[in-house]
Design a protein around this ligand. Structure first.
Ligand SMILES: [Zn+2]
Ligand SMILES: [Zn+2]
Length: 841
């Protein structure tokens, strides 16, 4: 036993900081580097693929190589590290890898700002960040590091792209796509956020017609929807994905035109078809020019021209003040249920990219149709009357009625209630050959082409003889040239790199041109965690056996901002990899946990410009990584975050010093024989109660209450370290348990204390302590309360209740109060756990 024997036998009556101060003070700046080096030298965090232990894959979203981990990163990484360490002690073979999301706009834009090459920027920053992870003490197996801009990684983006192409899951098509004028590239629908701005730079985006590459995510749409039922994810993330997928059930109806053409429309309200009094086509609808009458032609052409120049932001505006514009085509259609002749208009509020580009307008039930009808004096027919309210009158209505109610003017369905009648109406339309049930989705295929430099080249060449030719696997990887002019110009910088552009056709050997667009960075993050399972494979993206060993990921931690983009794409890739035989599961991440945000002290978002950002490196220097880890956990529930405060970290430093003192200064007075059975029992109970709380809190991701439990534990132990009980095996068990329970949260001081206890290296490979449920229950005793020697009451209390607490309880008792009131207490006799006697006069 190597308990600090220099202090043994010294009688210490004070148990405060000052006492600790006079003895050895814990110095993180000495202890932390010592253990960091030892762990690295011993490869303590190397994770074997083969192990007898059950696997646990703890994944944390990887960062951009920005060069610096701020305190938010610490929050996102250090807390999952605590959990990963805990799982390791629970007997799991834990994979806790890390890498860098190195391709893409953030790295490229930062490099352009700093006027250096994105590759240089990336590779200079990565070592700086790895050094920060070292200081954090994170349990990362760096032999599995993934850097996505390395050809050994993006090679496999190209390989997966080719597999997708073979299965018809990658395709090129011309169409209107979102364009960010600031980033000078197209964006996927998912990267355009509310109010149609670029999710990267906040610039308003607009649509352009371009030839672009897509991944057919819609192929898996039902699975993407239903798979959400099988995963343990925050409900709001599931809801965001469901809304993005946007499944709606309705009917596709056929409207016959007098020109003999047919128009398909999709509606989620087939019950309102009796109220369709006109039709509206998108100006870009292919039938517009064909059906327009000679008399209307000029006006129609002018309107099409005008609509083309408008942004979709305006066109989709639901702003009621936006004046409705449109032009009559001169054509008429037949309402398929009323057989009435209804006019066909064009208007910019109908978009070609959504639904069929044509709508049946039901002004009584849709606000935009209502405004359009009022603006152009078109008829309004009420088909749903609200129940219990005043009847709607088309002449006096001021807005559409979109609620439920009773069907009127609806042929055989008059008097029926909405929405119960909807399925019957669909069945009836189907029977009549006038429509059929249809399901539509909001989600579109994933646009992956980018007109930027810093990304994976797309492995396609164009040959005059053979057209578009996918490269054979043997010609991969297509290397991104370092010497390209990378500043964005609106077309891919690779276009002007002759050495890259000019190649030979793999089919005919003639001259060919390479595809110059690069892949969206989200392609990298859609499968990077599989690469960690087999990071150095140069024959395949990963060995399916390695993936089978580790995946699915048991726990994925990261920010809520990835609720749609990254998580949806990752689920899609997993299904594709499953279908090509590389993985044997359908959902990549069994559990997902989102951290909250660390705010500035005043509760606002941390900001560099206002100087409210907190630099973790300085704090580590001053207080040590262990204190910072604890402080982050203690700020509030991890999934909610909270405001930073500088005072809290000193409290954590004090806690660590207290724990250090308890373990290193145990200086019993006397032998274990001097300690009473009840004292020994009480320590045992305290240990079991603490193990239970800490274990439960860790399992539940309740890190703040877990830290509180550790603090209470040390508060309970501290006064006892100089008592006879500190010579007992129960005490020894208590301090060993304290060190084990601290190991995940404060890996450095725990390792140091474990060594000082004379235990084998390393504390991080020890077994997690267990508890006996029976010992966690609080024992109670009966304390007799006397006043001047006469029994007046009995208190049922914990055996270790203090005199102070017992007195307060007793004086609250009515029966004691009666005897004491108006008199003065001259003496109190307290026999712990048994008797309390007030002497009054
Ligand atoms: Zn942008
Ligand atoms: Zn060719």
């Amino acid at each position: 036993m190597s308990v600090d024997i220099r202090r043994r036998g010294i009688k210490m009556t004070e148990t405060t900081e000052r006492t600790v101060g006079r003895t050895e003070r814990y110095d993180a700046s000495l202890v932390e580097p010592k253990w960091r080096e030892r762990w690295e030298a011993d490869d303590l965090y190397r994770t074997p693929n083969d192990s007898d232990r059950p696997k646990w894959y703890s994944l944390t979203m990887y960062p951009y190589p920005s060069g610096v981990l701020h305190v938010g990163h610490w929050y996102a990484f250090a807390v999952p590290d605590v959990y990963a360490r805990y799982k390791r002690m629970r007997g799991f073979n834990v994979l806790f890898p890390m890498g860098f999301d190195a391709f893409g706009l953030p790295a490229e834009n930062a490099a352009i700002r700093n006027n250096i090459h994105p590759a240089r920027w990336t590779f200079e920053n990565i070592p700086l960040m790895r050094e920060q992870y070292r200081h954090m003490g994170a349990m990362i197996d760096w032999s599995r590091q993934v850097i996505t801009c390395n050809p050994d990684f993006y090679h496999w983006n190209q390989w997966i792209f080719l597999r997708m192409l073979e299965r018809g899951l990658a395709y090129k098509k011309n169409g209107a796509v979102w364009w960010c004028p600031s980033c000078q590239t197209v964006l996927a629908n998912e990267q355009v956020i509310d109010a149609n701005v670029c999710e990267r730079c906040g610039t308003a985006v607009y649509k352009r017609d371009l030839d672009q590459w897509y991944f057919k995510i819609t192929e898996y749409v039902e699975e993407l929807l239903h798979g959400l039922d099988d995963v343990d994810w925050p409900e709001r993330v599931k809801t965001m994905q469901r809304n993005w997928i946007g499944r709606s059930e309705g009917a596709r109806l056929k409207f016959l035109l007098e020109t003999g053409d047919e128009l398909d429309v999709f509606t989620t309200r087939p019950d309102t078809v009796w109220g369709a009094t006109f039709m509206v086509l998108a100006p870009e609808h292919p039938l517009v020019r064909k059906i327009s009458t000679e008399a209307q032609r000029e006006e129609i052409e002018a309107y099409i021209d005008k609509a083309r120049r408008e942004t979709e932001i305006d066109r989709m505006s639901t702003d009621v003040d936006r004046p409705k514009t449109g032009v009559f085509t001169g054509a008429y259609a037949q309402n398929p249920v009323t057989d009435e002749r209804i006019p066909v208009w064009i208007a910019d509020y109908v978009l070609m990219g959504y639904g069929t580009g044509a709508i049946m307008a039901v002004p009584s039930g849709d606000e935009r149709d209502f405004q359009f009808a009022r603006a152009f004096n078109l008829p309004i027919q009420v088909v749903v009357q609200p129940e219990g309210g005043p009847s709607l009158d088309p002449d006096t209505m001021t807005e559409a009625y979109t609620g439920d109610g009773v069907l009127v003017n609806s042929g055989p369905f008059d008097g029926r209630a909405v929405p119960e009648a909807v399925p019957e109406i669909i069945a009836w339309l189907n029977e009549q050959g006038r429509g059929k049930a249809e399901v539509t989705y909001r989600i579109r295929d994933w646009l992956i082409s980018r007109q930027r430099y810093w990304g994976t080249p797309i492995p396609i060449v164009y040959c005059d003889t053979d057209g578009m030719v996918p490269l054979p696997d043997s010609e991969l990887p297509v290397i991104l040239p370092r010497d390209a002019e990378f500043k964005p110009t609106g077309q891919s910088p690779l276009v002007s790199h002759e050495g890259f552009l000019r190649t030979t056709c793999p089919i005919c050997g003639g001259p060919a041109r390479r595809e110059t667009d690069t892949m969206d960075t989200f392609v990298d993050s859609s499968w990077y965690w599989y690469r960690y399972t087999d990071a150095n494979n140069d024959q395949a993206p990963f060995d399916p056996e390695a993936a089978k060993q580790w995946c699915p990921v048991d726990l994925y931690c990261g920010g809520i901002e990835h609720a749609i983009l990254h998580l949806l794409y990752s689920r899609f890739f997993t299904k594709v990899l499953r279908d090509i035989g590389f993985v044997n599961h359908s959902e990549p991440f069994t559990r997902l946990r989102n951290q909250g945000m660390i705010l500035a002290e005043e509760g606002t978002k941390m900001s560099k410009s206002r100087g409210t950002q907190v630099a973790p490196d300085e704090l580590v220097k001053q207080y040590g990584a262990d204190s910072l880890r604890l402080h982050l956990m203690f700020l509030g529930p991890w999934d909610q975050g909270g405001p930073w405060n500088n005072r809290g970290i000193t409290g954590m430093e004090r806690f660590i010093r207290r724990a250090f003192a308890i373990v290193t200064e145990t200086a019993s007075n006397g032998t274990s024989g001097d300690a009473s059975d009840s004292e020994r029992q009480e320590i045992l109970r305290l240990v079991h109660r603490t193990v239970k709380r800490v274990t439960r809190d860790l399992e539940d991701f309740q890190f703040n209450t877990m830290v509180a439990a550790l603090m209470e534990f040390t508060n309970g132990l501290l006064p006892l370290k100089d008592q006879p009980v500190a010579s007992t095996p129960e005490w020894r068990n208590a301090i060993e348990t304290l060190v084990l329970l601290m190991a995940p949260s404060t890996p450095y001081v725990a390792e140091e204390l474990w060594e000082r206890l004379g235990m084998g290296y390393s504390v991080h490979v020890q077994e997690w302590p267990t508890f006996d449920e029976a010992l966690t229950r609080h024992e109670t005793v009966e304390v007799v309360v006397q006043v001047n020697g006469k029994v007046r009451d009995r208190l049922t209390v914990e055996p270790n209740i203090t005199e102070e607490d017992a007195k307060a309880l007793a004086l609250a008792s009515e029966r004691v109060k009666e005897q004491v009131e108006g008199k003065s207490i001259v003496k109190v006799i307290f026999v712990p756990g048994r008797l309390l006697n007030f002497v009054v006069r």
